[in-house]
Design a protein around this ligand. Structure first.
Ligand SMILES: *Cc1c(COP(=O)(O)O)cnc(C)c1O
Length: 822
């Protein structure tokens, strides 16, 4: 919907007298996701780590003219034609505007909150009700203080039903979200201890969540949950409740029976004194509870039990993430099996845009018909075509009758259309992809998995799954422990601790990390070739490597006189001046670096030359994670302080100083100086055992074979282990050549299969290992987790007397890395 600038000004309580005429359709909070600049209103949000006022000039240059700000800056005086809405708090302004927008709609709005299952309930309600209503809903899990207003902003004149989720992590947050969503129908999903850290009790959190429903006409909940029931009583919700129960026949909805079959669950219920039943194609408890919540809402909206039963039987799983995989011939594939509706296309296109970087990958979209959107095809595909064009799609392949009929709306010259997925697979186009960033986006019916299988380069069924959202979370976690002006150097040496340096560096660059650091120049050159433009520090450069450093714009650590003199000579010979270097001081680690007594000689040499300029001075702590060596660590800090001061005084200019690694940031932030170097923490391992980090890497493989072996038989090479029971032994595709330490053999180590532990039996082989699955549920083909959530590398490391660093970096390069992102 369009808003004139005047209406926006009056909603925000700002005078409109000096404003230039403009129309707004799009609200923007992330300066990197700009699509339609002239109709965009940007909110300069501030967080502990970031101040979006810094991006205003950049956005102006891209064509944005309307800005909601909480500060004024001189540099904006010259931005001709720009409108500034000065408010006290930009987030509140965003929320106020969304609330104003919401007030224009008199349609049913479903509000969902709870700890788990919000997104699934929202998506399933969409699947169950899309035949009856034109629905606007939150994209993915946009349920935060920022996500909710942006979701509600999507309501337009075609909307007949809204479905929005609200998530909170602190007391009093629901107060802001309630008037924005203003649900008429509420549903509370499962309450658990997610985001519990800021609440005193589960009861406090539940009561806060119930705030969302204070103006609802009806509210759905599970009355068998005593906590929820007691909170409902406490709140004395005045509106009608619609509760369901498995025990109480008097409940509005009585669930009389739940029967789990092989691949589905049959649910029987009674409603208004009649009995009905339906089946869902899921058997886990969470899905059953989510389906019952959806059932209650469908009944309330008068969907007939027959229709409900039919629609429930075809519910589709909700994929919560996008994944990036290596394709054949240098391509990358982003596979998005999330519902292919218009909003999710936009999100996937944004994601594709972020991954592009400078490597010359052509942007390709393979898109199926968008099913049942409720919008006439012409209008729908015009919108899709515009989005594709704005996101820089260079090649489109459309599959399906509707998209084929609207082929001429797509303006890029490289376009091909097919009626069916089969037609695509039979054509020779499937071999034509070269160096492309391919976004695969198909409705389930079109079975795009088959296209994915053809495009993907499959090497080995063992994968290291890397969660990029977790990397970002951990990055922000450490940033929030430092002063906002402290720069972060992220360590991506050793292939980013095994996670894969290129994708990690791209993610960090996008999230505006300040510096990267690698061990050797070759690692940095790979990053440069992949389009990484961040400053990169090379920690262990070669004495003869100066030429390679300058060609690739890399900044060396200088750790002794020999390398210093070589670099000075080289720079003078090539006429380079002020080339940035980073001086390493040895304060007690006794690895690389100048000892304090060498500093005199160091500065004398530096003062005599112009080729190099000291960009930073740093040192490395040798035991920052152990309390027992804190005296020594403090001594290192003081040695460093004195050395840095002396160098700075002598050089006559100030330089950055840094000493903290991950453990240092966690435990010694009194010594943060100007920079810190984040390593293992970024990858989800806290050296001092802090909670709050997210797991990044999950190593997964599969069971190749299972067999029954009798007691007294031995397993594997060297007959090291004799069974003392009749056992089921599973052989998994992972051995020491993949990175499994042989010390894990003979029951020292374990793996996770379907959430259960299985000990490793016998000696670990080169490409295979055996595990004992006698007491657990396991079948051939099942996934085996070698480390990850539920099997932390810290514990594994401890069990064989090593450190998590070694476990992470030992995963062999032949194990495929797969990147996932919500
Ligand atoms: C690897 C490394 C770090 C990072 O250490 P973590 O313990 O992984 O945080 C910091 N500084 C230097 C010089 C390093 O080599």
């Amino acid at each position: 919907m369009k808003y004139e600038i005047k209406e926006i000004a009056s909603t925000l309580g700002v005078s409109s007298s000096n404003l230039n005429y403009s129309e707004i359709t799009t609200l923007l909070t992330d300066s990197r996701k700009i699509t339609d600049p002239s109709k965009t209103l940007f909110f300069a949000l501030e967080s502990k780590n970031n101040d979006a006022h810094n991006y205003i000039s950049e956005l102006y240059a891209s064509g944005v003219r309307n800005f909601v700000v909480s500060k004024q800056r001189n540099e904006w005086k010259d931005l001709k034609g720009a409108n500034f809405f000065k408010v006290r708090n930009c987030l509140s302004a965003l929320q106020k505007l969304a609330q104003h927008h919401r007030s224009k709609f008199n349609i049913p709005i479903i509000g969902i909150t709870g700890s788990n299952g919000k997104t699934v309930v929202k998506e399933w309600l969409y699947q169950l009700l899309e035949k009856d209503y034109n629905i606007v809903r939150s994209p993915r899990s946009y349920n935060s203080q920022i996500g909710v207003p942006l979701s509600v902003w999507q309501l337009d004149n075609d909307a007949e039903l809204g479905i929005f989720e609200a998530g909170i992590s602190k007391p009093d947050e629901m107060e802001n979200l309630e008037p924005i969503i203003r649900p008429t129908i509420g549903v509370l999903t499962k309450i658990g201890d997610a985001h519990q850290e800021n609440f005193d009790s589960l009861q406090q959190k539940t009561l806060e969540k119930l705030e969302l429903f204070k103006n609802c006409e009806v509210f759905v909940y599970d009355e068998d949950n005593e906590l929820v029931s007691s909170c409902v009583d406490l709140k004395v919700l005045s509106q009608k409740t619609f509760s369901w129960s498995r025990k109480n026949r008097e409940a509005h909805l009585f669930i009389s029976d739940i029967e789990k079959l092989e691949n589905s669950t049959k649910i029987e219920y009674s409603f208004l004194n009649f009995y009905y039943s339906f089946e869902i194609p899921f058997i886990d408890d969470a899905s059953i509870e989510n389906a019952i919540n959806c059932l209650a809402i469908a009944l309330y909206l008068h969907v007939s039990p027959n229709e409900i039963s039919e629609r429930m039987s075809t519910l589709e799983p909700v994929a919560m993430r996008l994944d990036v995989r290596k394709g054949k011939h240098g391509s990358l594939i982003i596979n998005d099996s999330y519902n292919s509706d218009v909003n999710s296309i936009k999100i996937a296109l944004d994601f594709q845009h972020q991954r592009k970087m400078d490597r010359k990958l052509k942007k390709t979209l393979i898109l199926s018909d968008i099913l049942q959107s409720g919008v006439p095809p012409k209008r729908l595909y015009k919108r899709v075509a515009d989005m594709a064009e704005q996101s820089g799609i260079e090649r489109i392949i459309g599959i399906g009758k509707d998209i084929l009929a609207n082929a001429d709306l797509f303006t890029m010259p490289d376009k091909t259309f097919f009626l069916t997925t089969d037609d695509f697979l039979k054509s020779c186009i499937q071999d034509s992809f070269r160096d492309e960033l391919i976004l695969l986006k198909g409705a389930r019916r079109f079975n795009f998995e088959r296209i994915n299988n053809i495009l993907e380069e499959r090497i080995h069924e063992t994968v290291l799954e890397v969660d990029l959202d977790a990397v970002v979370h951990n990055f922000n976690f450490y940033k929030s422990k430092l002063n906002s002006n402290v720069k972060l150097v992220c360590m991506v040496k050793a292939n980013a601790y095994g996670a894969g340096a290129v994708e990690i560096a791209k993610t960090l660059q996008y999230h505006r990390c300040d510096y990267l650091a690698v061990a050797v120049a070759e690692e940095a050159v790979t990053l440069r070739n992949e389009g990484i433009s961040l400053p990169i520090i090379v920690l262990n450069p070669e004495v003869n490597g100066f030429e390679e450093l300058i060609t690739n714009n890399l900044e060396p650590e200088v750790y002794n006189m020999r390398i210093l003199e070589s670099f000075i000579n080289n720079s003078e010979r090539s006429g380079i001046t002020n080339y940035p270097i980073h001086l390493k001081i040895d304060t007690g680690m006794h690895r690389l670096g100048f000892l304090p007594e060498q500093i005199e000689e160091l500065v004398e040499t530096l003062k005599k030359q112009k080729g190099l300029r000291v960009s930073s001075i740093f040192s490395h702590l040798s035991a920052s994670e152990s309390w027992s060596f804190d005296d020594f660590t403090h001594q290192q800090m003081e040695t460093f302080r004195a050395a840095a001061q002396k160098i700075e005084n002598e050089l006559g200019y100030s330089v950055h100083k840094h000493i903290l690694n991950s453990a240092g940031i966690e435990r010694f932030n009194d010594y943060e100086w100007d920079m810190a170097r984040l390593g293992i923490g970024l990858y989800g391992v806290s050296p001092s055992g802090l909670s709050g980090l997210k797991n990044v890497c999950t190593l997964k493989s599969t069971i190749l074979q299972i067999k029954k072996i009798s007691s007294n038989e031995t397993i594997g090479y060297g007959r090291k282990e004799k069974l003392d029971h009749d056992a089921r032994i599973a052989t998994i595709r992972f051995g020491y050549a993949d990175g499994m330490d042989r010390q894990f053999g003979n029951r020292k180590g374990k793996v996770l299969i379907n959430g259960q532990n299985a000990p490793i039996v016998g000696n670990v082989c080169m490409d295979l290992s055996m595990v004992d699955v006698t007491d657990i549920k396991a079948e051939e083909g099942d996934t085996v987790v070698l480390f990850g959530e539920g099997l932390p590398v810290t514990d594994l490391a401890e069990s064989i007397g090593t450190i998590p660093y070694e476990i992470l970096t030992s995963v062999s390069p032949r194990v495929k890395r797969v990147y996932i992102k919500e």
